[in-house]
Design a protein around this ligand. Structure first.
Ligand code: HEC
Ligand code: HEC
Length: 343
């Protein structure tokens, strides 16, 4: 077959289209040997420009009714995007909410959100804190009006979407993009798994204890199996929060809460859905001696966990290998300084 000019034109077109596809959508970086992310990148293709816009939105207090509270007020980068100053979330006008703000990381591998899994789409999650009267107390329409008055956002939006109008859909998708970009996979544990470092004897012993007693729920490499479990905490008598049962209305889900990842647990205190524990030693004490033998406790914890005091120290030493300083201090996720003068 002879090559005709038409063939050459088609070939050129093919290359141009492929090149644009590559330039337009950055590749989502999946850490080595991790499962495939579950976030739907088809409906919201990964792009650095959207992440940049989402990052500014995340740190911007004008998302709240009195321009005081940003997403980052409760999800601080230095605490792996959790907050440590209050057991329960702390929103506008010093309001105290009903749950502890969880760490935000590796959200691309999560399909349900909140301690009870009440939200199943990350692209819509942001509307909940934004409109919650104890958190940001705003209306999305007001927020969009405020932001669209700023040249700063019009430019970021044009870079991300080729059009400067920040719509609700673009607002939500950009926030979700920023959130899925929060990948934590650079802890000492990760280096050991990649054969680039070694555990100390204490950490190594702690890892064995962890695998025997904890890993069934806090499953590697994400340190959660993304399920709901009853880990034996007694009912919080002032909050009366029954967790997953509030969503499913099935009594067998009573006091079931989402299994949180244990990555960066050194930074994300206080712990549990109501922030009842401040120290890891209190968490270990819970699992070893104060599990309430309620009839609904998950089967993985029916058998007592017996650990000597030195084994408890080893277990904590292992948990501290999950700290990812590169993640916590990553300048790409930190407060965008341009936001200060944004007009
Ligand atoms: C006043 C504190 C506060 C503010 C402000 C806040 N959050 Fe949260 N966030 C929480 C709390 C508390 C929860 C857990 C809620 C629950 O389980 O019902 C949560 C849960 C989440 C989750 C689910 C995480 C998971 O692993 O299930 C995401 C995602 C999230 N917030 C993102 C955001 C974004 C984006 C914003 C800004 C639009 C924001 N948050 C503003 C306190 C806050
Ligand atoms: C049956 C499943 C299960 C097992 C086994 C289990 N956990 Fe948990 N873990 C959970 C659940 C569910 C929560 C959240 C409970 C809540 O907030 O009400 C949790 C919470 C935690 C937290 C708090 C994290 C945070 O960000 O608030 C830590 C730390 C923790 N577990 C460590 C451990 C350790 C260490 C072991 C082993 C000794 C262990 N877990 C065994 C299910 C389990």
């Amino acid at each position: 077959m002879s090559i005709k000019p038409l063939h050459i034109i088609f070939l050129c077109l093919f290359f141009i289209v492929t090149a644009f596809a590559i330039i337009d959508h950055n590749e989502f970086p999946v850490p080595k040997d991790w499962p495939k992310p579950v976030y739907d990148f088809k409906s919201n293709p990964y792009s650095n420009e959207k992440i940049e816009l989402g990052c500014s939105l995340f740190y911007d207090p004008s998302l709240s009714i009195n321009n005081s509270t940003s997403c980052a007020s409760c999800h601080s980068p230095y605490n792996a995007f959790a907050h440590t100053d209050h057991q329960l979330s702390h929103g506008i006008f010093d309001s105290i909410g009903t749950r502890n703000a969880p760490a935000l990381m590796n959200l691309a591998w999560q399909s349900n959100f909140m301690w009870d899994g009440s939200i199943d789409n990350l692209n819509e999650q942001a509307l909940t804190p934004l409109t919650n009267p104890l958190e940001m107390g705003e209306r999305i329409e007001n927020v969009l009006t405020k932001l669209n008055q700023k040249k700063y956002y019009r430019t970021l939006c044009a870079n991300a979407y080729g059009d400067s109008l920040l719509t609700k859909d673009r607002f939500l998708k950009s926030l979700a993009q920023f959130e899925v970009s929060l990948i934590s996979a650079e802890s000492k544990y990760d280096s050991v798994i990649r054969h680039e470092a070694n555990f100390t004897e204490q950490e190594s012993n702690g890892y064995k204890i962890f695998k025997t007693n904890c890993a069934a729920c806090h499953q590697e490499p994400l340190f959660t199996n993304n399920s709901y479990k009853n880990n034996g905490l007694s009912l919080n008598s002032s909050l009366h929060d029954f967790g997953r049962m509030n969503v499913t209305h099935r009594s067998k889900d009573s006091l079931f809460f989402k299994v949180p990842s244990l990555r960066n647990v050194e930074y994300s205190f206080p712990y549990m859905h109501d922030g009842r524990f401040t120290k890891l030693s209190e968490v270990i004490r819970h699992y070893t001696s104060s599990i309430s033998k309620n009839p609904d406790i998950s089967k993985e914890l029916i058998k007592d966990i017996v650990l000597s005091s030195s084994e408890k120290v080893d277990l904590i030493a292992f948990l501290l290998t999950l700290s990812d300083k590169k993640f916590v201090f990553n300048p790409q996720h930190s407060f965008p300084k341009q936001l200060i003068n944004a007009q």
